[in-house]
Design a binder for this molecule. Structure first.
Ligand SMILES: C[S@@+](CC[C@H](N)C(=O)[O-])C[C@H]1O[C@@H](n2cnc3c(N)ncnc32)[C@H](O)[C@@H]1O
Ligand code: SF4
Length: 373
């Protein structure tokens, strides 16, 4: 196996409109010509960075924005240019997925689609300012299946203003009825500076205590339906129900396990051999630099070993598998570990550390306490 980066992320920022709750780097609209110039720029950046990639790439993730809103010919051109990989995931918005598009993805090497359903309740989708209606989500899912895609993930949000516990149960039921291989369920966050936070920030703060119960409902429902709760917010069908397949998201596992990755496109982050860089978000400067054969404007910082150790713990403890302590011990507070072990929240076995089920429900708070200051 060659050394080099085995995980590649490509940011496709275009969206039909901006949902009020979202603070990702996105650009509204754009025509085929603009999308084409952006894809040219991404391909130029790929050529520039190709030497850091391993000869075999394990995973590719096209995220957004709305990758499936990108002009179809440009999306196909990009997919034909990236190296082959074992797992090729594309993020999709339901209203953009026609049977034709699903076939284009499948024909061009995509073998996993992660679709933002968010909810199956029309009123809640309106609160989120989503374009898709519940039927669009179901229709898109069937198109992807009809195109032969056998690894589909759905994103759901909980904590949407006005969403009762029984609304959440119905959303989970609706999602399960489609039989996805994978589900990501996120608590809706009030991102600073968004329209949504301006309107609903106080309401989200008021309901924050109820969210523990919603999270438990998500975990109990999905594990009860045969899914493995393998990461705080992520669930995959158990191998015994999936013909022996391990359906964890391999690309994201790379992040959680602290592996190196290369990110292409505006705002994309890369972590390569002790360095981390983030491309600046401005489209014009990105396109202009790559057209000159130069690296796009970016902030580069050395990634100190102690930061890496802390990240390995912070991210690794989100998983249901123990984190080997060799090499990360210096980031741990031994007194906190003893205290949390006594409380039945963390467990140290054979040189590895894991959170117990109770610890996983409390999540970030427990991990933060475990880290040495
Ligand atoms: C940035 S979106 C990109 C995918 C696609 N455009 C979509 O909207 O579904 C990826 C996922 O991030 C999650 N997300 C975005 N904003 C969020 C927020 N404020 N709180 C929690 N999750 C959020 C959503 O579940 C979404 O599916
Ligand atoms: S479609 Fe997705 S990426 Fe685009 S604005 Fe909405 S949530 Fe953000």
């Amino acid at each position: 196996m060659s050394s080099g980066v085995r995980h590649l992320y490509v940011h496709l920022p275009f969206c039909a409109h901006r949902c009020g709750y979202c603070d990702f780097v996105t650009l509204v609209g754009g025509d085929g010509e603009l999308h084409g110039r952006y894809v040219d720029a991404v391909i130029a950046e790929l050529e520039l960075e190709r030497p850091v990639l391993a000869s075999t790439v394990e995973t590719i993730f096209l995220g957004g924005g709305t990758p499936t809103f990108t002009a179809a010919a440009e999306l196909a051109r990009l997919l034909a240019t990236v190296p082959p990989a074992d797992e090729v995931t594309v993020e999709a918005n339901p209203e953009t997925v026609t049977l034709k598009l699903a076939r284009l993805l499948s024909r061009n090497g995509v073998n996993r689609v992660s679709m933002g359903a968010q909810s199956f309740d029309a009123a809640l989708l309106s609160v989120l300012e989503r374009r898709a209606r519940p039927d669009d989500v179901r229709r898109a899912f069937h198109h992807l299946r009809d195109a032969g895609l056998d690894n589909l993930s759905l994103d759901l949000l909980y904590g949407i203003p006005g969403q009762s516990a029984s609304d959440l149960e119905r959303d989970l039921e609706e999602a399960l009825a489609l039989g996805p291989e994978h589900l990501s369920c996120y608590e809706l966050e009030a991102k600073p500076g968004t329209r949504f936070t301006h309107t609903y920030g106080d309401e989200l703060a008021r309901q924050s205590e109820a969210m523990e119960g919603y999270f438990e409902c998500v975990v109990r429902t999905l594990t009860g339906a045969g899914y493995r709760w393998y990461e705080t917010a992520n669930f995959c069908l158990r191998p015994e129900l999936a013909g022996g397949r391990d359906l964890r998201a391999r690309h994201n596992l790379g992040y959680w396990l602290g592996r190196d990755y290369l990110g292409l496109g505006i705002s994309a982050v890369s972590t390569v051999k002790g360095q981390r860089w983030r491309n600046r978000p401005k489209l014009g400067a990105y396109v202009a630099a790559t057209a000159r054969g130069e690296a796009p404007p970016r902030e580069v910082e050395p990634l100190e070993e102690d930061v890496r150790r802390r990240e390995r713990l912070l991210l690794g403890l989100r998983l249901d598998e123990p984190v080997p302590l060799a090499g990360v011990e210096a980031a741990l507070d031994p007194a906190a570990l003893a205290r949390l072990s006594k409380l039945g929240l963390a467990e140290q076995v054979d040189g590895s550390l894991t959170l117990t089920e109770r610890g996983r429900f409390l999540g970030g708070g427990v991990t933060a306490e475990l880290l040495a200051s």
